[in-house]
Design a protein around this ligand. Structure first.
Ligand SMILES: [Zn+2]
Length: 341
């Protein structure tokens, strides 16, 4: 079967790999329908010391799939139904897992597409406890944006930053996959959204998505614009995933007692922090990684109710390496999804 593999750092190759084995008693064989493209497929491991892995590695951390064959002891799923796969191999037995915080699992054995072979392949076998039902209203392309794109944002905004109706949030990179999701999820609960983009074209698209204020960071310093827009008060929440390029400005954009939630650092991994700002302004900085199974279920419920992911383009899996170049150049608005069927 065909698969997309990382053969050395930042180099992808599309080619043949062995077919998966038959599913064991508690496993399920699935046929992958669509894989969503993420920065971590190519760049995410730069500087992340914890992410030890062996190459070549099948990439792909989020996908939708059709159930093809159930292991003998599997119940609750049926052949032919659409599912998504939770990418973390959580233990299911520790305190965090039992409390529904699978992304804090004390003995997680890896993340698919990250430390272990991922989902950018035609078929794979997964333990049944990591499959999540997709409601019939959600198509396979949108469903491929569940576990990372929507799940991460759901976890950041609501479990971690505890964003509420009436609050103001600054969403960085409003044209990115998670930026577009954050704008929509924040707007739908009644928050005021300020976002940053790097072009006039993206500014128009972010406005059309519902952002109340759009800042072109190439034309003005975003922290100054945030102060102007909020009447010098600052925002309640900053949604960070850029890192050193925005970090200092993000902290300055918060109001007293504000919360910064971060899930990524695409511009590097080290940034200076003004500690005086942290304690004097009584800020809270919250790290967020991945999502819980419940976040994924809530994301699919939102999609079924009409809150769709923003899809930039749908490509073939074999065109994935070129699409990564578009991600690198930031010439994307929303998600690039590769379909396999
Ligand atoms: Zn666990």
């Amino acid at each position: 079967m065909r698969a997309l593999r990382l053969i050395k750092e930042e180099q992808l190759e599309f080619g043949a790999i062995d077919d998966p084995p038959a599913p064991k008693a508690h496993e399920v064989l699935v046929r992958v329908r669509a894989v969503s493209l993420n920065h971590i497929d190519l760049f995410g491991l730069r500087g992340m010391a914890f992410a030890k892995r062996t190459l070549p590695l099948v990439v792909g951390v989020e996908c939708s799939a059709t159930v093809e064959k159930l292991g003998a002891a599997v119940s609750g799923f049926r052949e032919g139904e659409t599912v998504v796969i939770y990418p973390g191999l959580f233990c299911g037995a520790c305190k965090a897992c039992k409390g529904g915080r699978e992304n804090l699992c004390e003995s997680i054995s890896g993340i698919m597409g990250f430390h272990l072979d991922g989902m950018a392949r035609e078929r794979l076998v997964v333990p049944a406890n990591r499959l999540i039902h997709v409601p019939p209203q959600v198509n396979a392309i949108d469903a491929a944006c569940t576990t990372v794109t929507f799940g991460t944002v759901q976890h950041m905004l609501f479990d971690n930053a505890r964003l509420e109706r009436g609050e103001t949030i600054l969403v960085h990179a409003g044209g990115s996959g998670i930026g577009t999701a954050a704008i929509r999820m924040a707007k739908i609960i009644g928050a005021t959204v300020i976002t940053t983009v790097g072009s006039a074209d993206k500014a128009a698209k972010a406005k059309a998505l519902g952002a109340d204020h759009v800042i072109n960071y190439r034309e003005e310093r975003f922290e100054g614009a945030v102060r102007r827009i909020t009447g010098k008060k600052g925002v309640d929440v900053v949604f960070e995933h850029v890192g050193p390029d925005t970090w200092a400005g993000s902290l300055l954009s918060l109001k007293r007692g504000g919360r910064l939630v971060t899930c990524g650092s695409t511009s590097g991994i080290t940034a200076e922090t003004n500690l005086y700002t942290i304690f004097q302004q009584q800020l809270r900085i919250i790290g967020s990684f991945g999502s819980t199974v419940q976040n994924c279920k809530d994301s699919l419920t939102k999609m079924a109710a009409g809150l769709k992911p923003v899809i930039d383009s749908v490509i073939r899996l074999e065109d994935f390496p070129q699409a990564i170049e578009r991600l690198r150049s930031r010439d994307v608005f929303g998600k690039i999804v590769a379909r396999l069927d």
